[in-house]
Design a binder for this molecule. Structure first.
Ligand code: 3ON
Ligand code: FE
Length: 493
């Protein structure tokens, strides 16, 4: 009998959607404890704190949010000292978080479709923005900042994660001003005696969009600020830097404010992707002595980019490695994000864009077709040519799927290494932490928070970045789960 022979050729999934869904439960409690359930060993020379941000609440007192990106920011901190690790998590006490927790119900509309109860009439003409501080967290200039791209940063106490208030950088920012959630640290700024600088941007979209660039010195002071206007609406989540330029991708989208204004859907749901329009690459000089005198805009084929891995300059060209989608799916008002049909969506794939400023051309090439997101490079390589790239990735080589693996790409040899947490595990952004005695670019660790659906808890997995095929250096079991998060950073201080 060969009755079941075909069964072995039927591809089985590396994940179970019901198990994946459980990672989207709110974590309502705040903890602080020494992690005592550890497999492997924390390297004794690993010192510092990994901060992570992401939506901690997926509901307000039982009222479900329409999308995780609308969830209140919750910070996790893992502090490493002498081979031990201390865990803390704390919600950012934003104005909206405090009000909604007190009221026990949704009081604000969310960008990604969360509505106040009571139908469209209860939501119409309410254009207030709830700053949810949920996208990234970074320690810079002795300040710990929780970031959300449509409003000002929140400042936190780095020791106990208490919220200290909003940060305006000596009033350079005004109330309600945006400050993106994707700052880049230039490890060595050429015209600042080789000192590091934090570079960030903000977007003020309208019929034409204002892009403001900020540069902060090591003390956390904004030492440069310049604003530029580009034609058309823009939704820009991330950018890339080189020693001379800021690079932003203006994805081909249009915005129809009416459904938002009339209370039918959120602002982010009113953004439509236009596959027939090109993507525009915006190049903004960081200082006066660059090869171009003002902002340059070049066109390439349509696509949607949230995240860039890195950019660098080489032979009068600018290289940008980015995760690109064929299209941006709209978050439909009647959809349920937990029922996401991964197979119906296009995967994020890694592309290289090469901008030639003299010829005003853009070349592009796919570097990796495996579904991936959350790219990282060695912090000393930001803006410089890198050899290694690290990403969250799907377990399977093709198709769209939840992130279950960490992928290392060696761009010199072309070698790929994959560490997978399938079938039960779901990974988050891999943060690269250089080893203190590092010689090579991959001498260090990758830290990723993995949701273990079998035990409904999360583990911090520490991988030796030199070889992902080895078993993890350490796996730190938390006492609870952490909902799928967004971004974070490691600080050796
Ligand atoms: O006028 C507007 C411009 C603007 C800045 C329109 C607007 C109101 C939509 C807006 C605000 C945008 C915001 C608040 C964006 C927030 C984005 C966010 C919180 C997260 C983005 C995450 C992106 C990715 C690619 C996440 C991937 C996650 C996985 C693959 C795994 O879970
Ligand atoms: Fe992001």
């Amino acid at each position: 009998f060969q009755l079941y022979e075909h069964a072995s050729t039927v591809p089985t999934k590396s994940y179970d959607r019901q198990k994946w869904q459980k990672g989207y439960q709110s974590l309502k409690k705040e903890f602080n404890y020494w992690i005592d359930d550890i497999e492997g060993e924390i390297p004794p020379n690993l010192q510092g704190t990994l901060f992570r941000n992401g939506p901690g609440l997926l509901d307000i007192n039982g009222q479900k949010l329409h999308h995780p990106f609308d969830g209140d920011g919750m910070i996790c901190a893992f502090t490493f000292t002498n081979g031990k690790a201390y865990f803390q998590n704390r919600f950012v006490r934003t104005k909206g978080f405090l009000e909604e927790q007190k009221a026990g119900k949704i009081l604000y509309r969310g960008v990604f479709g969360t509505q106040k109860p009571g139908g469209w009439l209860a939501n119409a003409f309410d254009l207030r923005v709830k700053n949810i501080a949920n996208t990234n967290v970074i320690y810079w200039g002795k300040k710990l900042l929780a970031l959300w791209e449509a409003a000002e940063p929140h400042r936190l106490n780095p020791n106990n994660l208490a919220t200290l208030g909003m940060e305006y950088f000596d009033r350079v920012l005004k109330e309600g001003d945006a400050f993106a959630a994707h700052p880049r640290i230039d490890p060595s700024c050429e015209w600042d005696d080789g000192k590091p600088r934090l570079v960030n941007f903000s977007i003020k979209p309208a019929l034409s969009t204002t892009i403001t660039i900020y540069e902060l010195d090591e003390s956390g002071t904004i030492v440069q600020r310049h604003a530029h206007s580009v034609p058309g609406f823009a939704f820009i989540h991330d950018f890339a830097i080189t020693p001379n330029y800021c690079i932003l991708f203006q994805n081909p989208v249009s915005f129809n404010p009416l459904p938002f204004v009339f209370g039918w859907q959120g602002a982010g749901q009113s953004i439509k992707f236009n596959p027939k329009e090109p993507t525009r690459i915006i190049i903004i000089p960081r200082h006066a002595n660059t090869a171009i005198s003002g902002v340059k805009i070049l066109e390439t084929k349509s696509g949607f980019v949230f995240h860039h891995a890195n950019a660098f300059e080489q032979d009068d060209e600018i290289y940008i490695d980015s995760v690109c989608y064929e299209s941006l799916p709209t978050v439909e008002p009647n959809s349920d994000y937990q029922e996401t049909d991964f197979d119906a969506l296009s995967p994020g794939q890694l592309w290289r864009f090469v901008v030639n400023l003299n010829e005003q051309t853009v070349r592009r090439q796919m570097l990796e077709s495996r579904c991936c997101e959350f790219p990282w490079v060695h912090p000393a390589k930001v803006g410089r040519s890198h050899r290694y790239l690290y990403l969250g990735a799907a377990h399977a080589a093709s198709g769209n799927a939840p992130l279950q693996a960490i992928l290392k790409i060696d761009q010199l040899s072309g070698e790929r290494q994959l560490w997978s947490a399938a079938l039960e595990g779901f990974v988050s952004e891999p943060v690269f932490v250089p080893a203190p005695d590092a010689v090579n670019e991959d001498d260090g660790w990758l830290m990723t928070l993995v949701y273990d659906s079998a035990h409904h808890r999360s583990d911090l997995v520490i991988l030796d970045a030199r070889n992902l095929h080895q078993k993890p250096v350490a796996r730190l079991h938390l006492k609870h789960h952490v909902p799928y998060g967004l971004h974070g950073n490691f600080t050796p201080e």
